[in-house]
Write a protein that binds this ligand. Structure first.
Ligand code: NAP
Length: 301
């Protein structure tokens, strides 16, 4: 079958794009490699998505999927490993060997937060280990937390958390930060923020729930009791498969503007895998709508 639109990535951006494209009467296939819902399935509770006071990330992901399928979107759980184009037909090839063809393509593959690579890190996600202070910071109100990283994300996370948490340790592997000086100065003025510099997080402590971390600083081991650890050591988009079809910026994000168009006619990009300053659920779903409508316009032209 030749689909009107193939959407790669079943997170909020991809599923929203599917809903919009189906409502515009296009045939749609969504291909997801892990779990429909994308990054939000890592969030125990989502409290910043309009219309829901509080909802688990998995439940919100399920609702987005249900809505897209209710509109008639088809879905496949497959990992896309290659893409090619010939005679106006885009073919995506999956690890299983399956291949799907579409006239337009929306790349909505998201970006994964980089992990520290520590033992039990994945098991403690949502139980003290977090990757998004905006999403999960409120759950640690009044507690001691740490942020690991030295870029703008880590500095902003530490500032945000310092408003509601009792104490914030900002742990960075170097003696100076990569992020903006203005943010560093704002943090220096905070009485409840302690810089732990030249330090590496080496252990996650606690069974089932994080109770603290061990860091190595100047060759010495130090344990810090914590309710939460916010890892902010960068994100990695997974755009490599599509590099022949769209510009990537230095960090690997698709260098497309707010219109979600790439340099290749009929190839659009939506959500966290696109260059943008605010990567949030709301901006991802906005991209999904924009990319879908742009794809429909392109198909109808
Ligand atoms: P980033 O700038 O790449 O910083 C990542 C930080 O994590 C660096 O300090 C790095 O240390 C550290 N790091 C990397 N791997 C590590 C590891 N395995 N263990 C410990 N530390 C590790 O990432 P980001 O802060 O997410 O920002 C990404 C981009 O978005 C940047 O261009 C940033 O300026 C931009 N941003 C902008 C804003 C804004 O408001 N304008 C807000 C957030 C982000 P080293 O310094 O040693 O490499």
């Amino acid at each position: 079958m030749l689909y009107d639109i193939i959407i790669i990535g079943g997170g909020p951006a991809g599923l929203t794009a599917a809903t919009y494209a189906r409502r515009a009467g296009k045939s749609v296939l969504v291909i997801e490699k892990n779990a429909f819902g994308g990054q939000i399935t890592w969030s125990p509770r989502v409290e910043n998505f309009p219309g829901f006071v509080s909802i688990s990330g998995t439940e919100l992901g399920d609702k987005l999927l249900e809505q897209a399928m209710e509109q008639g979107a088809e879905v496949e759980l497959e990992e896309v490993t290659a893409m090619r184009e010939a005679d106006g037909v885009k073919t995506v090839v999956c690890e299983s060997g399956a291949a799907f063809q579409g006239r337009a393509l929306i790349v909505a593959v998201g970006a994964r937060p980089r992990m520290l690579g520590l033992a039990r890190e994945e098991a403690l996600v949502g139980s003290g280990v977090c990757y998004c202070a905006v999403c999960d910071g409120a759950f640690y109100k009044g507690q001691d937390v740490a942020v690991n990283g030295g870029g703008n994300s880590a500095l902003q996370d530490a500032l945000l958390l310092s408003e509601t948490c009792r104490k914030v340790y900002l742990i960075h592997r170097r003696d100076s930060f990569r992020g903006e000086q203005k943010l560093v100065e704002a943090l220096e003025k905070k009485e409840n923020v302690e810089f732990v510099l030249g330090a590496t997080v080496t252990e996650l402590l606690g069974d089932g729930e994080l109770t603290g971390i061990a860091v190595t600083q100047n060759g010495q081991r130090r344990e810090i009791s914590l309710g939460g650890l916010f890892v902010a050591i960068g994100h990695a988009p997974d755009n490599g498969t599509y590099a022949d079809f769209m510009e990537l910026d230095r960090a690997g994000y698709a260098a497309a503007g707010e219109d979600c168009r790439t340099r290749t006619p009929g190839v659009f990009v939506a959500g966290d895998c696109r260059t943008k300053s605010v990567r949030q659920l709301t901006t991802a779903v906005a991209d999904g709508a924009v990319a879908a409508l742009a794809a429909c316009d392109w198909l109808d032209a």
